[in-house]
Design a protein around this ligand. Structure first.
Ligand code: ARG
Length: 303
């Protein structure tokens, strides 16, 4: 494996393939400026796509969900993110989790790009054309991938401030997609195999808090994945296992302002983040956690 150059692409799966001495040798990329949210009007649980959904069929309190969704939007605003909203579609019960139907970012020329996902479950596939149309209308160019399983920003996570993608796979995403995604963005991709059913998207077990810091659930990764995370992030905050699973505490949103929007119900994680210098904004997302999603899943980055 040749060294990863600042503008290099390439797939990195093993710690000893990472030859960059420091993350600051990777090309910089500015941070996102906003968050697109999807209204929860048609949010429901009609099947079991992940273990969090088991036993929760039909158990959504819609008005409570609406209030929680609005609090999350206000928290994004407080954390200096511009919020845009796309209406949900009748029959798209999971569309509120708009981290999945596409992946967005900037190409090397700074142009905004949207890559449509190829969702695993039939009932979620209708979300993608709606999101793609929204982004096209907003001026993003669309680059498609041929690999058949890819769940967008749920599995592909930008390294904050750098042209580097962390690529989760194993449940909803085929690792081959990253061979297509890297060249679109001229970004190296560090692939991480997801080891547990409860942490089926990368954003459920890794939060890239800032350029040097990650919040992770260690048990979600194999040794090689953990080695990669520890070799790139200078500081790795380990989320207590019960809060990672019970409160989806790693599904947090960190912003340039130093705020971390954290699912409520994770007091020890909140304490660790506060001690590390972040200002934690806790948001109750209990209705959405019944479906296996929380703060990070309920937005798509805007650039
Ligand atoms: N019920 C949804 C599903 O299983 C939840 C998606 C959560 N999204 C995420 N990015 N983790 O597809």
């Amino acid at each position: 494996m040749p060294p990863i150059r600042p503008h290099g692409t390439g797939i990195i799966d093993l710690p000893n393939q990472w030859r960059v001495a420091a993350i600051d040798q990777v090309a910089p990329m500015r941070l996102p400026t906003g968050a697109l949210m999807c209204t929860p009007d048609h949010f429901d649980i009609i099947d079991v796509k992940n273990p969090h959904m088991a036993g929760n069929l039909g158990a959504i309190d819609r008005s409570r969900a609406r209030r929680q969704w609005e609090s999350l939007g206000s928290a994004f605003g407080h954390a200096c993110l511009r919020v845009d909203v796309i209406p949900s579609i009748l029959g798209c019960e999971d569309m509120v989790f708009c981290a999945n139907p596409v992946f967005t970012g900037l190409d090397v020329d700074g142009h905004r790009v949207c890559v449509p996902a190829r969702m695993r479950h039939d009932s979620r596939q209708r979300e993608t054309p709606a999101l793609v149309a929204w982004f096209q209308n907003a001026g993003y160019s669309v680059h498609t991938v041929a690999t058949s399983l890819f769940e967008g920003g749920g599995d592909a996570v930008w390294h904050p401030g750098r042209r580097l993608i962390w690529g989760g796979y194993g449940h909803r995403t085929d690792p081959a997609v990253y061979e297509e995604l890297g060249p679109i963005f001229q970004a190296p991709v560090i692939r991480l195999k997801l080891m547990s059913e409860h942490f089926y998207h990368l954003d459920t077990c890794l939060c890239a808090v800032d350029e040097n810091t990650a919040l992770i659930n260690p048990a979600s990764f194999d040794e090689s994945g953990l080695g990669l995370i520890r070799s790139v992030f200078k500081r790795v905050i380990e989320c207590p296992a019960d809060e990672a699973i019970g409160a989806l505490a790693c599904n947090a949103v960190a912003t340039a302002s130093g705020a971390v929007i954290l699912p409520a119900g994770a007091p020890r994680t909140a304490g660790l983040l506060t001690k590390a210098g972040y200002s934690v904004i806790e948001v109750d997302t209990s209705e959405f956690q019944k479906s296996g999603g929380s703060c990070y899943c309920m937005k798509m980055w805007l650039w």
